[in-house]
Structures are given as structure tokens and as C-alpha cells.
Design a protein around this ligand. Structure first.
Ligand SMILES: NC(=O)c1ccc[n+]([C@@H]2O[C@H](COP(=O)([O-])OP(=O)(O)OC[C@H]3O[C@@H](n4cnc5c(N)ncnc54)[C@H](OP(=O)(O)O)[C@@H]3O)[C@@H](O)[C@H]2O)c1
Length: 273
């Protein structure tokens, strides 16, 4: 692997900040990137990209807001071109399991000619503690258009471990890892486990997509409501109701269990009302 800095795009996010912390702790030269870094990196402003890419040897890419949005493939295609021009040697892309726009982005990275690793992750456990569903958990009711579908929630700590391995060890070049947790849980199951750990009741209500979108739009505005509803409609049809072996294949160990995630999140105090 190159001794040049490792660029982490999305460095303050759920995955990025854990990756930065692990790499820094391991003595690697790291270049965090986001809208508040110096120099700043904005997905909406390609003119900000060359300064951030210049001199880096490899990059972790967490696209914002989500690789599932229709604009993602064009952005990833442009970023890959800039990366080639800047002389980067290795790319690690965080992708989403069962998302067709994300899979187009994977193909762009695979066809780049650069060394690469693809991390195709299932729904994050940390969506309940750091992401879109935190407020719902605090309020005691998770409401989603997800029916009784089962998800193999993946712990973001495992994603960070795999990403760091991929950024620091050539053996992961050319690999696509399907990262899931070790168990399939419905959202009702997940709510029950969260409830037990949090010490207050947390339920689950399955709603129709239209109803979900309308309620969310009241809170967050139509743009985010459209994005999140479309993502749910695409994902929650059972396509991801299988376990992957990405953690085992990349790290030679079992993935972290949802129960451990619940214990850590509860201990952090994030679910307190
Ligand atoms: N959540 C899931 O269940 C799930 C599952 C599979 C895959 N994924 C993928 O995970 C990726 C998100 O990764 P994450 O959860 O680690 O990140 P995150 O927690 O959503 O944080 C987003 C990061 O991107 C930065 N950012 C936000 N808007 C930006 C912009 N316009 N330009 C540049 N940077 C921007 C943020 O920093 P600043 O605000 O400081 O700029 C932050 O560092 C998405 O591509 C999604 O497709 C998510």
C-alpha cells in the first residue's frame, strides 16, 4: 500500500469517523474530507475535489446523502476520473445492498482500472442510535413502510474494521464484501431488543409508503421524505433477507450481533428521553 495519505470522504459520518479514528490510532497518515474540513470537500462542488484528492494514495468513499439517489452514479463517475488524474492507486467504496443505483456505482469503480474494494452493506444498526431512526426510538415508536420484512442489521463498527483492512492491506484489492450482521430481525424484533436495552418501551408500526412519506414530509420537507420513502420501497421487499459473509471473508471472524449494539448504544445514553 502507498505511504501517501489515506483520504476519508465523509470523515465525520457514522462510518468515516470510526475509520479516521482507527487509521490515526494505527499511525497512518489520514486526510479527513467533508464540507467542514480544510480544504473542504462538497459533493455539489466538483471544483472542491482536486485540492482534496491531490497527493492522496487511496480513498474511502461514503457518498452523501445516499448512494441510492439517482444523481449518485454521475458523481461517483466524476470522482473516479478526478482520482485517476490525481494519481490515487486504491479506492474503497461504501455501497448499499440491494440498491440499484449503488450497484451502478460499484460497476463504475470496478471498471476504473484502479485497485479497489467494494463494501456492500446492509441496513446499519446505528440508524437506530446515530441516524434517521434515533428520534423515533427516543419517542418510543419506530414507524416504517417495512411490513414484517427481516433485515440482517450490520454494526457500523464492523464496516469500519473491514474498510480499514481494505485501506491498509493489498489482499483486499478486487474484493466485493457483502456485510451483514449474524441474524435476521424484523423491525418489530429490533424494536423489542432496543426496548429491553434502553429500559423504556419501543414499539414498531408498519405503515403504507404513502402515509409514511406524507408524515415525514411534514417534519423534514418533501426532498428528504421522497428520498427515504423511495429507499424503503426499494429495499423492504425481502431482497436483503439473507445473511452475507463479508465480515467473515474479510476479517476471519464472526460479525458483531445486534444485542451487542443495543448494549453499547444504551450505555452511551443516546436513547435516554
Ligand atoms: N444507513 C444505512 O443503513 C446504509 C446502508 C448501506 C449503505 N449506506 C451508505 O452509507 C453512506 C453514508 O455513510 P455514513 O452513514 O458513514 O455517513 P453519514 O453518517 O450519513 O454522514 C455523512 C457524511 O458525509 C458528509 N457530507 C454530507 N453531505 C455532504 C456533501 N454534500 N458533500 C460532502 N460531504 C457531505 C458529512 O459531513 P459534513 O456534514 O461535515 O459535510 C458526513 O461526514 C451513503 O452513501 C449510503 O448509501 C448506508
Amino acid at each position: 500500500m502507498s505511504s501517501r495519505p489515506i483520504l476519508v470522504i465523509g470523515s465525520t459520518g457514522k462510518t468515516g469517523r470510526r475509520i479516521v479514528s482507527r487509521l490515526t490510532g494505527g499511525g497512518h497518515r489520514v486526510r479527513p474530507a467533508g464540507r467542514r474540513t480544510d480544504p473542504p470537500f462538497s459533493w455539489e462542488q466538483p471544483s472542491s475535489w482536486p485540492a482534496v484528492l491531490h497527493g492522496a494514495g487511496s480513498a474511502y468513499i461514503a457518498y452523501a446523502p445516499d448512494l441510492a439517489v439517482p444523481s449518485a452514479p454521475a458523481a461517483i463517475e466524476a470522482l473516479v476520473s478526478y482520482a485517476i488524474e490525481a494519481g490515487l492507486e486504491h479506492l474503497v467504496l461504501l455501497s448499499g445492498r440491494g440498491e440499484h443505483h449503488a450497484q451502478r456505482c460499484e460497476k463504475i469503480v470496478q471498471g476504473s482500472g484502479l485497485s479497489h474494494t467494494l463494501i456492500r452493506a446492509s441496513w446499519f444498526a446505528q440508524n437506530f442510535s446515530e441516524g434517521d431512526l434515533l428520534e423515533q426510538v427516543r419517542r418510543g415508536m419506530i414507524t416504517l413502510p417495512a411490513g414484517q420484512v427481516a433485515e440482517p442489521f450490520v454494526d457500523v463498527e464492523d464496516i469500519a474494521d473491514v474498510a480499514v483492512a481494505a485501506l491498509t492491506d493489498d489482499r483486499h484489492s478486487g474484493r466485493l464484501y457483502e456485510l451483514t450482521g449474524p441474524r435476521l430481525l424484523t423491525f418489530a424484533d429490533a424494536a423489542a431488543e432496543i426496548s429491553a436495552a434502553a429500559g423504556h418501551p419501543v414499539g414498531y408500526t408498519a405503515v403504507a409508503a404513502g402515509e409514511f412519506r406524507a408524515a415525514l414530509a411534514e417534519e423534514t420537507g418533501p426532498e428528504y421524505a421522497d428520498l427515504f420513502t423511495a429507499l424503503c420501497e426499494e429495499l423492504f421487499d425481502g431482497r436483503n433477507a439473507t445473511l452475507g459473509r463479508g465480515v467473515q471473508d474479510a476479517l476471519g471472524r464472526e460479525p458483531r450481533d445486534f444485542a451487542g449494539f443495543c448494549r453499547s448504544a444504551a450505555a452511551s445514553g443516546v436513547w435516554q428521553r
